[in-house]
Design a protein around this ligand. Structure first.
Ligand code: SF4
Length: 314
């Protein structure tokens, strides 16, 4: 059995930055630091940071007065920022700059008097953050059927933005449906789907052409990992999302000559290595990477964390 690794896979620049913000905050201010929501959607990452002294909470009221507070990579609503300010919490914002870009685009459209449509998945924290940042009514659509159901006149001034981790193909269809219904609609092609999502999805599409089985390393609540598995299914391959090597079911490998392996943007490479180890245990002899895009995107840390000096707890 051979294993082919998708290129690129795993951590994106937004995830690297978010994790580094938590780690450097722990170094600089000491434990504990409080993180609102999972910093990125990966259990292993969260548990590793918990062991170092991060405490993850769902809402700000769970954070004691004066404690270092970090917002997750998915972004937060303006009300959350306002609440943190009114309590005087020292905040470090790990919102991915590409998510912030969507917030700013949405605000600009609303300021120009356009009704805003957000293409995204209901309940996802990024979607809640974007809706809560825009400061006007937002119509959420996640399918072409949702577009048909929109109660807006065809000539209304309308614009759209998208969640950053959607399926590129589905989003293209939804945008086409929006453009058919609202000929004057404004919006950014599929460009709001971030570079990392686009690269990982197109790498998986290439991978699916040469493998018999697709394994995606990632957490169940990771949007971009789920999209990678769906691409495998669309291509007619048995495809499974697994957290690590312990979730590999040997029954999946029966009759399989080549396994394709990738990882969502929030899944660390050590979990990919763990799956490779499990595959070796079940007879994988060769492991080779596919050719693919080499990413060199880096996002700057917040100014207060760029220098690695130890500071007393406030
Ligand atoms: Fe940022 Fe894209 Fe990574 Fe999300 S997947 S954190 S938008 S770089």
């Amino acid at each position: 059995m051979r294993v082919i690794l998708a290129q690129p896979r795993g951590f994106c620049a937004g995830v690297v930055r978010a994790i580094e913000i938590v780690e450097r905050s722990l170094e600089k201010f000491g434990a504990p630091v409080y993180v609102r929501h999972e910093i990125v959607h990966n259990r292993h990452v969260v548990e590793t940071l918990e062991r170092k002294g991060a405490i993850f909470v769902d809402e700000l009221h769970e954070i004691p007065d004066g404690a270092v507070t970090i917002f997750s990579a998915h972004g937060v609503a303006q009300t959350v920022i306002d609440e943190a300010k009114s309590r005087g919490l020292p905040v470090l914002d790990a919102t991915c700059p590409l998510v912030t870009k969507v917030h700013l685009q949405g605000k600009r459209y609303v300021a120009r008097g356009r009704a805003l449509i957000l293409i995204g998945h209901e309940g996802h924290p990024e979607v809640e953050g974007t809706i809560g940042q825009v400061g006007g009514p937002v119509h959420l659509v996640s399918s072409t059927q949702d577009v048909d159901r929109l109660d807006l006149p065809a000539d209304a001034p309308i614009a759209y933005v998208t969640q950053t981790t959607l399926s590129v193909d589905d989003t293209r269809e939804i945008i086409a449906a929006l453009q058919r219904r609202f000929p004057n609609i404004e919006g950014p092609d599929v460009a709001d789907i971030c570079y990392a999502t686009q690269h990982r999805q197109s790498a998986v599409r290439d991978l699916c052409r040469v493998v018999d089985l697709l394994l995606v390393v990632g957490s169940r609540n990771s949007s971009n990992s789920n999209r990678l598995r769906e691409i495998g299914i669309e291509q007619g391959l048995p495809s499974h999302l697994i957290a690590d090597g312990s979730e590999l079911d040997p029954a999946w490998l029966a009759g399989v000559g080549t396994v394709g392996l990738t990882a969502g943007a929030s899944a660390p490479e050590e979990l990919v290595l763990d799956v490779i180890e499990a595959l070796r245990h079940h007879g994988a002899l060769e492991v080779e990477p596919m050719d693919g895009v080499r990413e060199d995107v880096e996002f700057r840390l917040p100014a207060e964390l760029r220098e690695r000096t130890k500071e007393p707890v406030r």
